[in-house]
Ligand binder design. Structure first.
Ligand SMILES: Nc1ncnc2c1ncn2[C@@H]1O[C@H](COP(=O)(O)OP(=O)(O)OP(=O)(O)O)[C@@H](O)[C@H]1O
Ligand SMILES: [Mg+2]
Length: 357
């Protein structure tokens, strides 16, 4: 607390203010307020003081900066009232000072912390964006690689099928001709020839299998036939009943997309044969709104998805990524002991015809 005159000099100050400013009380008596007040703040305060002593106001309150004797900056709140004198003129101003330095400092520190948090958040946001952009680029690259691989597979399948297949078929025909021409003269040749024909037949079947696994010929008949063939082939190889249900109608997807759907069903069925120990599999193909819906459901052992996710396998991951690359998604429902349902949903593109349409 302090008392000041119209001249801007202190008349007196109490011990609390003296100790706040670091002066002896006697040093403060007669000291100009401007001496320990920040010059900008003194400009404002001297204006208020003048108004107070002219009687235009009877009090004022400001937050201002002091400088202690040792030069430390201090923030204070000053409440000043006029002590009335004769003829309505003030004789002195009585000021009460509250030290705000700590509060101000913690506010400033909070501001610094808040702005540091803000800039960290901005950096994190940027990093997240960069990460999802590079994730997207990787996904695009993987999809492109996959498409190239499928193209290459198709090419090799056709080469194997056409070149090797034709040579073997010609060989088979020549053997039959030879058998007809020489069979009667050289009966021992017939047995020999029979064995050789069986070998050639096995080679022809092998060529078909290789070509078929590189690129299933069934895809040439359209997606519905290809998946129906897959179910049939699965049952034949595993002995597990596999029912195919498709809503009547057409489905014509762009070839690149049809191959992806085919591969997802293929991986689902492979997983069933490897892990499910199922007795029944149902494959559904249909349309849900503007989406193509394919579902592979088995009644087998099921699995713990969280545990499977920890393993570094690529089957389920690949399905998900392939579906995302087509703008769709794969949903997996499975719990140990209750079978597995894999559902694929992809948007039907412009110019493509969906089942039941
Ligand atoms: N239909 C299913 N029934 C039971 N378990 C399954 C089924 N499908 C997947 N799983 C479980 O999920 C795990 C992950 O499958 P995923 O296809 O990702 O990998 P994988 O088949 O083990 O290896 P990869 O496909 O890379 O050769 C499997 O190891 C298996 O335990
Ligand atoms: Mg797998």
């Amino acid at each position: 607390m302090a008392m000041a005159g119209a001249d801007g000099f202190l008349q007196d100050a109490n011990e609390a203010l003296a100790s706040l400013l670091g002066y002896a009380r006697s040093e403060l008596q007669g000291m100009a307020i401007a001496h320990f007040t920040h010059s900008d703040d003194w400009l404002v305060e001297s204006h208020f003081l003048r108004e107070l002593f002219c009687g235009r106001r009877d009090s004022y309150r400001i937050d201002k900066r002091y400088r202690s004797k040792s030069g430390n900056p201090l923030w204070v709140r000053l409440q000043v009232i006029a002590v009335p004198g004769v003829q309505g003129l003030s004789v002195c101003a009585l000021g009460m000072v509250v030290d705000l330095t700590e509060r101000r400092q913690s506010k400033a520190e909070l501001r610094i912390v808040a702005s540091a948090v803000e800039s960290q958040e901005a950096r994190l946001g940027q990093l997240n964006q960069d990460l999802s952009e590079s994730h997207q680029r990787l996904r695009d690259m993987a999809a492109q690689n996959e498409a190239m691989l499928e193209q290459e597979r198709k090419h090799i399948a056709l080469e194997v099928h056409d070149e090797l297949g034709q040579v073997l078929t010609a060989l088979r025909m020549n053997m039959s001709l030879l058998e007809m021409r020489l069979g009667e003269k050289l009966p021992a040749l017939i047995d020999e020839m029979q064995g050789m024909k069986e070998l050639v037949d096995r080679a022809i079947q092998g060529v078909r299998n290789v070509a078929g696994s590189l690129r299933p010929a069934a895809l040439d008949m359209g997606l519905v036939s290809a998946i129906e063939w897959q179910c049939h082939d699965f049952s034949r190889h595993t002995g597990v009943a596999c029912a195919f249900h498709a809503r009547p109608g057409n489905i014509e997807l762009e070839e690149k997309r049809a191959v992806v759907v085919f591969r997802i069903v293929q991986e689902s069925l492979t997983n069933v044969s490897r892990y499910a120990r199922a007795s029944q599999v149902d494959v559904n193909l249909g349309r849900r709104g503007d989406e193509l819906w394919v579902q592979v459901r088995d009644n087998g052992a099921g699995f713990d998805q969280a545990a499977a996710a920890k393993r570094k396998s690529f089957g389920l991951l690949g399905m998900r990524e392939r579906a995302i690359a087509l703008g769709g998604r794969v949903e997996i429902a499975s719990t140990a002991g209750s079978g597995t349902v894999i559902s694929l949903l992809i948007p039907i593109g412009p110019g493509e015809i969906g089942v039941g349409s």
